[in-house]
Design a protein around this ligand. Structure first.
Ligand code: MUC
Ligand code: MG
Length: 373
């Protein structure tokens, strides 16, 4: 029997972070998740999620715009359509709705979740099946206080939760950032991989000046040091060969991936399902990276559990995720909206068993944290 989409609902859920998360683009004290539920005639529900970073601080979509656009534009387009025809639905969306990659990702995730549940398989199975049962997960140090970050790194190592750290820099003067990185390096020792994310915080001149000092401190990877549109600059920084350069904000889908790969603008791609526009576009982006011998990293928009596990399903199907992932989003929040939280242990995130995404929403928690206006 053909299952038909009968409704699409969105809820904004606000959950405080465990501490202020300070980046060059914004300081976050809470995360707002747009939870999308796609209902179909066979009673199978698919769920998806979209998050942004501090409203509009990171990009052109906000939780409010995502909810409004899904309800106003995606919903009437998709209601009445066959729920299992995901490729056809993607084409319909692409024809009628431009941009809005985060909203697309949430809707597409819900479609895949429902499709997989109907088949009794996991979302990873729809992408060829998992190769890995667990994926490595880095933690981001971004309290803004060196002593707090040192203690936090130590705690993560002691708990065996994370042994790779990303440091958010570019908010302060570069010399101050160097002193900060040096303190973290001294505390964790030389064997721990430290990476930095500028979130476009430097000019190209600053990047040329400071890449070598970063390399001298053993920084393994420098993420999006300069403006996302300065692709020639990214190519020049990559060609310097001082530290591997990772593209993040510059990668807004497969076409961007092709442009970056053709111009050698990065050594590594941070793959984010939201930024790519969904699971399938993210998979397409990874194929471009693989073909160009660009290494892969699983990135996050500080997503909650639903989008985190969706991305984890996709990443679990990749033979080589050389730089691991940072799918720690749920751990940055004071509470979770799943009946059963995700399993983070042994420096990894374990892929859940069970059909679809393998997770269930806790309706009481949703009702408690849902925004009422
Ligand atoms: C980003 O720019 O990569 C990922 C980890 C984190 O702390 O911020 C995000 C966004
Ligand atoms: Mg980044």
């Amino acid at each position: 029997m053909t299952s038909i989409i009968i409704d699409i609902n969105c809820l904004i859920v606000d959950i405080p972070t465990i501490r202020p998360h300070k980046m060059s683009v914004a300081t976050m004290g809470s995360q707002s998740m747009v939870i999308v539920r796609v209902k179909s005639s066979d009673d199978v529900e698919g769920i998806g999620e979209a998050t942004t970073i501090a409203g509009l601080n990171y990009g052109g979509e906000s939780p409010e715009s995502i909810k409004t656009n899904i309800e106003t534009y995606f919903r009437p387009l998709l209601v009445g359509q066959p729920a299992n025809q995901i490729a056809a639905l993607r084409r319909l969306i692409a024809k009628n709705i431009k941009d809005n990659h985060f909203a697309r990702s949430a809707v597409e995730t819900a479609l895949y979740d429902a499709r997989a549940k109907r088949l009794g398989v996991s979302v990873a199975d729809l992408f060829g099946g998992r190769i890995h049962d667990a994926i490595s997960v880095a933690w981001t140090l971004a309290s803004g206080e060196t002593a707090v970050d040192v203690a936090e790194a130590q705690k993560m190592l002691d708990l065996r939760r994370h042994n790779i750290f990303k440091l958010k820099i570019g908010r302060r003067a570069p010399e101050e950032d160097l002193r900060y990185i040096e303190s973290i390096r001294k505390a964790v020792g030389d064997d721990i991989s430290l990476r930095v994310d500028l979130n476009q915080g430097w000019s190209e001149t600053q990047a040329v000046r400071y890449l070598q000092p970063l390399a001298d401190l053993g920084v393994a990877l420098v993420e999006q040091p300069i403006h996302f549109k300065n692709l020639d600059g990214m190519a020049r920084l990559t060609a310097l060969g001082r530290v591997p350069i990772m593209a993040d904000e510059s990668l807004r889908g497969p076409q961007d991936g092709f442009a970056l790969a053709s111009k050698h603008c990065a050594n590594v791609f941070a793959i984010k399902i939201e930024q790519a526009g969904g699971l399938q576009p993210a998979r397409d982006l990874m194929a471009i990276a693989e073909a160009a011998d660009i290494s892969l990293y699983g990135g996050t928009m500080l997503e909650g559990s639903v989008s985190t596990v969706a991305a984890a399903h996709l990443f679990s199907t990749m033979p080589h995720l050389e730089w691991g992932t940072e799918m720690f989003g749920p751990l940055l929040l004071t509470d979770d909206i799943l009946t059963e939280p995700l399993d983070y242990s042994d420096f990894t995130l374990k892929l859940p068993a069970g059909p679809g995404l393998g997770v269930t929403l806790d309706d009481d928690k949703l009702a408690f944290y849902a925004r009422n206006h």
